[in-house]
Design a protein around this ligand. Structure first.
Ligand SMILES: NC(=O)C1=CN([C@@H]2O[C@H](COP(=O)(O)OP(=O)(O)OC[C@H]3O[C@@H](n4cnc5c(N)ncnc54)[C@H](O)[C@@H]3O)[C@@H](O)[C@H]2O)C=CC1
Ligand SMILES: O=C([O-])CC(=O)C(=O)O
Length: 236
């Protein structure tokens, strides 16, 4: 089962839950973790638009687990302290749409071409690895909970006025030609305060190619979500 197979079940669940959020707490930060995130976030956006309460700064797809995995695998490979490692992961949250930018790893680390290929594929497939290992009994559970807790805590710090909160998230974006894109964002009291474009500048040839390669799949997933939501009329 892929994240996209979950579309038929989760699209309706996300539509209904977000519709309830729109009615009851329209100003809330909304964190969408249900898969396929690449489609469920656009569904949520459409529902909120239909309800007249869409604030793109407050709608987030939770891709934190991709960063957690990237940091972990890089720390293991390079014998670094996990707490020090930070790898931005951009694009989306499925297969090749997950693009770890290893050249932007902090602290700076060098990788052979082979290591880049191996780590990139491992990070992209880590969720599927767990889904297959559990064979129908669900997906990554504890690591998802950890990632969700981290993102929520960051959101709470931002709401509390901390001026130094950055996370990667799948949000409405103008960093590429796609309407939604995961990148590092600065969080503030009102939600997304700024998208951070610098991670996408000065990419290696490998990353640039991977970025172009992921766009058609990500675009199709976004459009699938929008089409689903536009076919339905949410009760006003
Ligand atoms: N974004 C991310 O990093 C990750 C996302 N996921 C996604 O999180 C979701 C949950 O995954 P698991 O916990 O493994 O699934 P699961 O099948 O173990 O749990 C799903 C839960 O949702 C409940 N549920 C079903 N219909 C519902 C409804 N209409 N309203 C409210 N709750 C409902 C079920 O009772 C069940 O407790 C999946 O969509 C999965 O793909 C999982 C791992 C990582
Ligand atoms: O692959 C899945 O359905 C679960 C998931 O999103 C992840 O573990 O990243």
């Amino acid at each position: 089962m892929t994240r996209d197979d979950l579309f038929n079940i989760n699209a309706g669940i996300v539509r209904d839950l977000v519709s309830a959020v729109a009615d009851n707490c329209p100003g809330a930060f909304i964190h969408i973790i249900s898969n396929p995130v690449n489609s469920t976030v656009p569904i949520a956006a459409e529902v909120l638009k239909q309800k007249g309460v869409y604030d793109p700064k407050k709608l987030f797809g939770v891709t934190t687990l991709d960063v957690v995995r990237a940091n972990t695998f890089v720390a293991q490979r390079k014998n670094l302290k996990l707490i020090d490692v930070d790898v931005p992961v951009v694009g989306g949250h499925a297969g090749i749409t997950i693009l770890p930018l290893l050249s932007k790893t902090k602290p700076s680390a060098s990788f052979t071409g082979e290591e880049i290929e191996e780590l990139t594929v491992r990070i992209q497939n880590a969720g599927t690895e767990v889904v297959e290992a559990k064979a129908g009994a669900g997906s990554a559970t504890l690591s998802m909970a950890y990632a969700a807790a981290r993102f929520v805590e960051s959101s709470l710090r931002a709401l509390d006025g901390d001026g130094d909160v950055y996370e990667c998230s799948f949000v409405q974006s103008d960093l590429t030609e796609l309407p939604f894109f995961a990148s590092r964002v600065k969080l503030g009291r009102k939600g997304v305060e700024a998208l951070i474009p610098s991670d996408l500048q000065g990419l290696t040839e490998y990353e640039q190619k991977a970025l172009e390669a992921l766009k058609p799949e990500l675009k199709a997933s976004i459009e699938k979500g929008i089409a689903f939501a536009q076919k339905q009329t949410v009760a006003a």
